[in-house]
Design a protein around this ligand. Sequence first.
Ligand code: FE
Ligand code: FE
Ligand code: ZN
Length: 278
Amino acid sequence: MTYLGAHLSSSRGFFKMGQDALAIGANTFQCFVRNPRGARAKAVKPEDMAKLRALLAENQFGPFVAHAPYIMNPCSKDEGIRELAGRMMAEDLELMEHLPGNYYNFHPGSHTGQGVETGCQQIAAMLDGAVKPELHTTVLLETMAGKGSEIGGRFEELRMILDMARCGERLGVCLDTCHISDGGYDIAGDLDGVLEAFDRTVGLSRLKAVHINDSLNPCGSHKDRHALIGEGTIGTEAILRVIRHPALEGLPFILETPTDDKGHGEEIARLRERLGEI
Ligand code: FE
Ligand code: FE
Ligand code: ZN
């Protein structure tokens, strides 16, 4: 069974999220481990995470993906913001030790005028501080739309970070279909070509998770506005080609489409039907 799931809002406990994921036909899911816009870590109960861990194992879930807060910017020109990013990631990764063997995905950030190379160096330095050797979580860099001074809109930029970080060997990548299409990679028209480009620069072995989103805007628009599957410029057939691609077999595919649990459940059911899984 394909690992299909969605980003669930975090205004409930971790175990409840697992139950709600099951209820919508998901066998993987993503969530924030703290308030997505605020910096303050929410009070997490270790028992709650232990219960989620058991639920994920009992129900043969695929890898769970935690998402770093949107406000995290490890390559801001403001030193305080960079330090905050490092602290947030270190704290979140400590919390993730209650759910060992899973993923922690983050947006590389925006260099805010410092240039791509300086930005990549700062991201690499932050990672070297936060990704301690004893941790059991794989940190994933997300491919971005290249909006403004955002880093990660080109595969080469992710490669640069992997090369600059001493912990680079231990990092992975999460590919977001909306982001890379907006970034100028024609995932709808030339999936094989895009995956070949990814393999040449980053390496397909680094790809650990996929965000499946349609896009409101055309390829190369650098906008980052997600759409429901089939209601954007990528389309249902192209998303299905991604999910079925042999090079991506076994990865968790996670919806970050603009809808609620019920809507995600409907999208998952439609995709599973097309995959011959229900
Ligand atoms: Fe993201
Ligand atoms: Fe995403
Ligand atoms: Zn996005």
